[in-house]
Design a protein around this ligand. Sequence first.
Ligand code: ATP
Ligand code: MG
Length: 166
Amino acid sequence: LSIGAYLDDLAAELKFEFEERQFKFSYQNRTDRDYTVNIDGKRVYQGIRNIIDNAMKYGPEQGLNVMMELYAQKDDICIDIADNGPGIPEEQLSHIFNRFYRIDTERSKDFVSTGLGLAIAKELIEAQGGTISVASTGGNGSRFTIKLPIIERDFSSGKNSIPVKD
Ligand code: ATP
Ligand code: MG
């Protein structure tokens, strides 16, 4: 699967959805060329969806701004999803991918949530050979990073296949 084409399409859909709700969504594809990844697009979408849903739930009711970026780093393709929400306290960062883990705040009381969204996202991304991580700096929002291994040679196209000696 071409990750650029895949994420460009996904971003267009998310942008449409955000704008309907008066939220801001921006997307930057910073890759210099096409990269192939071996993923199930539906599953990766579900992982991204769970991150986006959190940004919408825990972020500001007005002025929510989510930024998504695609870039290559070493052998991985990376998808960053950053929001301008309340952020996640440093001491909680290592727990939020655990099943049923929720941070008890005034805001989180408004929602019927189980604390499974990020645990499921982690399982889905890891099942595709990838990783998911989070960074947060207090009140400056949260940034999730999904990394997926690049398949350097796309054997399906034929042109990069292993040369046969005669
Ligand atoms: P569910 O996703 O099952 O409805 P949930 O949203 O509580 O429930 P997770 O998605 O796993 O569960 O998130 C775990 C906790 O991490 C949340 O309860 C919330 O406190 C915190 N959190 C997750 N994403 C963000 C975010 N973007 N900004 C601030 N806090 C977040
Ligand atoms: Mg959630």
